[in-house]
Ligand binder design. Structure first.
Ligand SMILES: [Zn+2]
Length: 291
């Protein structure tokens, strides 16, 4: 089975190109969507500092510079699809997006992760250009929770699930992929979204969640199952996951955002029909990348 990891990053969690490719080979991953992350340095939590080397390399564009995605692509062109999302508040954001597409082969607009409401006029303008360029947008949505007194920084990204709905409505020509805790927590129709990023592993899903509602309502809406948030949303209730992945078999993509194999192990344990697995593992991702 061909496998595409639709969400990962260069120089991430201690992986240089060589380690990255060895890791892909180990888990049978043929291609990876390699995403940047652009935002001002003061917007991302200090806890990220040890897993992104940007400041070490003098990056002026935030935690994961697009230049690293380009570097991987140039050295291993068959293995990577570069993704680029500018900070949409920059006056030349749309020009940057076009240049990344035209000159450097970016085919995905991601990862979008800035400390701002995602339905701001600047973001909507960028999403429309992404749609015009046929670049699917991958965004990180996360609610704010106060942490400890020693670390009062409370990260939040994008707004709420209602912000997301306004974005989907405003940009019907753009494809979006839901990602991160603030999106996946809404797989269940409960109030956990207001309490935690990660529900405990045995919390059953209550039908009627906004995630499902938005997928049913908006045909331009997809999701990536990457990271703990995506895996846990499915793993917390495997029976629900089978129904979810069957209903949305054309709009979910396999993705990791990390270097372990837990997403594959879980997916394979569900004993889904081969036709569905082909879509999740590669066909849906291939459909979204337009040359
Ligand atoms: Zn990511």
């Amino acid at each position: 089975m061909k496998i595409i990891d639709a969400h990962n990053h260069p120089d991430w969690h201690g992986h240089d190109l060589e380690k990255f490719i060895a890791n892909m080979d180990r888990y049978g991953i043929e291609q990876t969507w390699l995403l940047n992350w652009e935002c001002p340095e003061h917007e991302y939590a200090t806890s990220y500092r040890h897993i992104v080397p940007a400041s070490l390399l003098g990056s002026q564009t935030g935690p994961i510079p697009f230049s690293r995605c380009v570097s991987y692509k140039e050295r291993a062109p068959e293995r990577f699809i570069p993704g680029y999302c500018p900070d949409p508040r920059l006056p030349d954001a749309c020009a940057r997006l076009r240049a990344a597409h035209e000159i450097y082969g970016a085919r995905v607009c991601g990862e979008f992760k800035c400390r701002m409401m995602y339905d701001s006029p600047d973001a909507l303008r960028m999403f429309k250009v992404a749609g015009e360029l046929k670049m699917p947008v991958i965004f990180h949505l996360q609610y704010s929770f106060q942490r400890t007194d020693n670390d009062p920084w409370s990260e939040w990204w994008g707004g709420t699930i209602d912000t997301l709905e306004r974005v989907l409505q405003a940009c019907p020509e753009t494809i979006f992929l839901g990602h991160a805790p603030g999106f996946w927590i809404h797989i269940s129709n409960d109030d956990l979204w207001s309490k935690t990023n990660y529900p405990s592993a045995d919390t059953k899903v209550i039908p009627g969640g906004r995630t499902v509602e938005l997928l049913r309502k908006y045909s331009n809406f997809y999701c990536d199952m990457s990271a703990g948030s995506g895996r846990l949303a499915l793993q917390r209730d495997p029976e629900f996951a089978i129904n979810f992945l069957t209903e949305f078999q054309d709009r979910v993509v396999y993705a990791r955002d990390y270097f372990d194999n837990t997403h594959q192990e879980f997916l394979d344990s569900l004993e889904l029909p081969e036709t569905i697995l082909h879509k999740l593992y590669h066909k849906n991702a291939e459909k979204l990348v337009v040359e």
